[in-house]
Design a protein around this ligand. Structure first.
Ligand SMILES: Cc1ncc(COP(=O)(O)O)c(C=O)c1O
Length: 351
């Protein structure tokens, strides 16, 4: 039986979807409690939410669109770029490994996917991406930090791609930027072919709310405004977002914890002789060998849910582990140790 959404792994630690497993700011819960029956019965008024969010990101309100998760933003960018003048020869460039919805959104609007494989150690393949750009290119997905590798794309490289594709839209997906150094937001006003994507699902701990946003110059965001559902956000989500951005202390405390968690995971991987890649996001990609699906299943039975990335040809033998709440990371490390001891995980030496 096919059921909507991603299968729920059941009880245990959810280290498979890069959520904030510590929860959201308490101020979000307080704000939601203030909602009245008529707040719920009325269609939402987005004006205050857009103004608050725009002020938070220091952009003009006409440059920002709230979206039902960044997932919706990704689909709307694809729809705005390919949907109206349907032409199956038009292309989206997707550096891989990549967040799956780039591929599904491109397929959903009937455009062609051009995959560009990574360089050694997941280095961003800038020359190959630029070579792949043609008159048919309508959209380029840049994800920094990248899911699933955690690698960033330096701003000068983003600029090179943008300049090489003036006829295309470049979506810079910064879903995990709060865990890294430096957003591309400050440069956005210099580029008219760039849309920046942000989300409140990750660092802000509000994945269940489904709220993100797209930011771009008015002339770039207007075609997306035309295709997005008119009441795409619910009143609980916009109330939650407005409370979240007012809590100044939540983000620094959590991002510091993520950094410490990453360090603990790196240290454990070095001690256990496992290949890993230093990450600028709230997860770490670790190579566990050809039995990766079995490793994931064994961790599941211990109530530690991690993401199997081993079936992706660009991350063979790899799993992705969310690095957040320290005690959760410690549990994950214990489970990795047990799997190394039992021989299920192949160490670097054995690979
Ligand atoms: C790279 C990337 N972009 C976008 C999203 C979507 O986030 P949201 O929960 O806001 O839809 C995710 C979620 O996992 C992601 O990893």
């Amino acid at each position: 039986m096919k059921i909507q959404g991603v299968p729920n792994p059941g009880d245990g630690l959810r280290l498979h979807l890069n959520e904030n497993t510590g929860g959201c700011s308490p101020r979000v819960i307080e704000a939601i409690r203030t909602l009245t029956p008529t707040d719920i019965s009325a269609y939402p008024d987005y004006k205050k939410a857009v103004l608050t969010c725009a002020e938070y990101f220091q952009v003009n309100p006409e440059e920002l669109l709230l979206t039902n998760g960044l997932d919706e933003g990704i689909l709307m960018v694809a729809l705005a770029n390919f949907g109206r003048a349907y032409d199956p020869e038009q292309e989206a460039i997707i550096p891989v490994p990549a967040f799956d919805p780039y591929l599904t959104a491109t397929a959903a609007v009937g455009a062609k996917v051009i995959r560009v494989p990574p360089g050694p150690n997941f280095a961003f393949p800038v020359d190959e991406v630029i070579t792949a750009i043609s008159a048919k290119t309508r959209l380029i997905f840049l994800n920094t930090p990248n899911n699933p590798t955690g690698q960033i794309i330096p701003h000068q490289i983003i600029r090179r791609v943008i300049d090489a594709a003036p006829q295309a839209t470049v979506l810079v997906d910064e879903a995990y930027v709060e865990f890294a150094n430096g957003s591309f937001l400050d440069e956005l006003s210099q580029h008219s072919n760039v849309v920046l994507g942000r989300t409140f699902s990750k660092a802000y701990g509000m994945a269940g709310m489904r709220i993100g946003c797209l930011i771009a110059k008015p002339e770039t965001i207007d075609p997306i405004r035309k295709v997005i559902p008119i009441f795409n956000m619910n009143v609980v989500a916009i109330t939650a977002m407005q409370a979240a951005v007012k809590d100044q202390s939540f983000l620094p405390a959590y991002t510091a914890e993520v950094k410490e968690s990453r360090q603990r995971l790196y240290e454990a991987c070095r001690r256990l002789d496992l290949e890993y890649w230093e990450s600028s996001a709230n997860f770490v990609l670790v190579r566990v060998g050809k039995l990766a699906p079995k490793v994931v299943a064994t961790l599941d039975t211990r109530g530690i849910h991690v993401r199997d990335r081993s079936q992706d040809p660009y991350s063979p033998g790899c799993i992705r582990i969310t690095a957040g709440v320290l005690s959760h990371t410690d549990e994950a490390i214990k489970a990795l140790e047990a799997n190394v001891s039992s021989g299920l995980i192949e160490t670097r030496g054995a690979l």
